[in-house]
Design a protein. Sequence first.
Length: 219
Amino acid sequence: MLTKFFIFHFSFFVFCLLLSSCNSPYVSKKRGYFNITLPQRSYQKFDKEGFPYTFEYPTYANIVRDSTYFDASPENPYWVNIDFPQFNGRVFLSYKIVGGAAPYKIKDSKGMYKDSMGINKFDRMVNDAFNLTNKNDVIATSIRDSAIHTANGVHGVFFKVGGNAATAKQFFLSDTTKNFIRGALYFEVTPNVDSLRPVQDFLQKDLEHLINTFKWRSN
């Protein structure tokens, strides 16, 4: 009798518990992301002696000289990185001299790549900039480019890559005769367009400021 009494009351308790849970309203939870505190905008000038260019960059960023490029040394000392420690982000700025000699990868008859010296032709560097951007087309939802013409006489192209691309903001600037620089924004995190969008939108304004204040040094 005691066993039957226990089973009856336990079953009744479970039934009431299930009935109570069925009557509880279901509320869906939206996917959340970390709240990111954005700094107050302010800028400082990069005007290092000997460099062929100057520009303004945020005070919450650091500039370091790029000592390696894919485990190789840059072809000149004017490659720099703009680091954003708060966002684990970095803008790579790679400078090339139009008409200057530079190492290139050449495919041989066996399909293997080898290092070879070539000339930095303007048309070739422009094509390389477009090709590097289009490498994201496998995962990109869109790739948009727009021409750059600033009050300082600087010209180039800005690329916006949609989706979970490794770099959503890229650009190049040139005077077509001597100087060429390419910039690309990367983050040291797994690309996720939803979580990175607030930071990308914020840094978009900083990139625009960098470009609009960019100047080539006159010889």
